[in-house]
Design a protein around this ligand. Structure first.
Ligand code: P1T
Length: 384
């Protein structure tokens, strides 16, 4: 067991509000202070209170790292300046020639980081829905399986337990990007994943006002190696960013409940709408990976994607016609967003095995009044 043994006895909501967040011992302040100091006084060389220099460690960051690690049921948590910075730190663990198997639907920036930045690592796009096919075609040089579940933007869901057991049998590590589910809906480490990755910019922060990344894991040696790179490469979040993320996470559970409920209201409208070709939402019985989602998730999330019968032109018209759903990249915050993945978040995957359909729209369903969101989509779909 890791250092959060005590917190693991708490329920999720309690841990979100109390893990790492004891009242300040000197002042009694209930809210975690934003520690702006870049350096920390030492009584003698090497004799300090646990902090030396703010890149290596910062009290506000410690509180936030402790909080999110507790929610993921992890022994170790590491915060970064962006989701991609967190991912970059993981990829630096591997030696040239070690292969990455990437699920064939993922955030365009993750694909770009693996294929265009870490060019020393060979990679293949694989269909993680077909674990038998994966076992049969497994490349011998595989060192890492990287998956999102639900994926961005097609919301496919993969059986983390089955994939982790196959990967471990073949000597590979498993990284799960838990950005879309959040630890409230799904805890990948308990299902066998080695490392959980987050874009904290999304549901963890929850208010579209901070860019951040996070890694959660149990293995102490691996955590030491990642902490080394976190400090040595230096992609750490500012104390104010840590404060914003920590503040956001306190309300994660109640926000996620409303995101899921509102997503269901939106799905009910889209299903059967004459302009809509297909609705992608993990709760739907015919959705790719529905069974895995039903098994490993508490609920099905706040992201909904759909394709339009009228092709790309119809998709672009609908994206331009919503009023409450703001047209913009990103996701996971209180306000609803709509975007066209093909030309926006996944433009870097064009021409690759991760290319997305051009008649696809992605919704990040916020926590506004459900009826208002449904009415907005209804009027926008008249333009399809
Ligand atoms: O943007 P950043 O905090 O660096 O996180 C990258 C990232 C990682 N993983 C997933 C699943 C993501 O969705 C993202 C970022 N995604 C968007 C900006 C988007 O609109 O899809």
């Amino acid at each position: 067991m890791g250092e959060f043994e005590e917190q693991s006895a708490w329920g999720f909501e309690t841990a979100a509000i109390h893990a790492g967040q004891e009242p300040d011992p000197t002042t009694g302040a209930v809210v975690t202070p934003i520690s702006l100091s870049t350096t920390f006084a030492q009584d003698g060389v090497g004799n300090h209170k646990g902090y030396e220099y703010s890149r290596s460690g910062n009290p506000t960051r410690t509180a936030y790292e402790t909080q999110v690690a507790a929610l993921e049921g992890a022994a170790h948590g590491l915060a970064f300046s962006s989701g991609l910075a967190a991912e970059d730190n993981v990829l630096r663990l591997f030696a040239p020639g070690q292969r990455v198997l990437l699920g064939n639907d993922a955030y365009g920036g993750t694909y770009r980081l693996i294929s265009k930045v870490h060019t020393q690592l060979p990679w293949s796009a694989v269909d993680l829905l077909d674990t038998a096919g994966l076992a049969a075609s497994w490349p011998d040089d595989t060192a890492l399986v990287w998956l999102e579940t639900p994926t961005n933007p097609l919301l496919r869901c993969f059986d983390i337990e089955a994939i982790a057991s196959l990967a471990h049998e073949r000597g590979a590590m498993v990284v799960v990007d838990n950005t879309f589910a959040t630890p409230f809906l799904q805890q990948p480490l308990a299902l066998g994943a080695d490392i959980v990755v987050h874009s904290a910019t999304k549901y963890l922060g929850g208010h579209s006002d901070v860019v951040g990344g996070f890694l959660a894991l149990d293995d102490a040696d691996l955590a030491d190696r990642l902490r080394f790179t976190q400090n040595a490469a230096g992609a750490v979040p500012a104390p104010f960013d840590c404060y914003l993320a920590l503040r956001g996470v306190k309300t994660l559970a109640v926000r996620m409940e409303r995101h899921c409920a509102n997503a269901r209201a939106v799905v009910d409208l889209l299903i059967g709408h004459p302009a809509v070709e297909r609705v992608l939402y993990p709760q739907l019985p015919d959705h790719p990976g529905h069974a895995a989602a039903a098994k490993q998730m508490r609920d099905f999330g706040g992201m909904v994607s759909f394709t339009l019968r009228g092709g790309q032109a119809a998709a672009l018209r609908v994206a331009a016609a919503t009023e409450l759903f703001t047209l913009g990249e990103s996701l996971g915050a209180v306000e609803s967003l709509i975007e066209h993945p093909g030309q926006m978040t996944h433009a870097s995957a064009a021409g690759s095995p991760l290319e997305v359909p051009d008649n696809l729209l992605r919704l990040s369903v916020g926590i506004e009044t459900a009826a208002d969101l449904v009415a907005d989509l209804q009027q926008a779909l008249e333009q399809a």
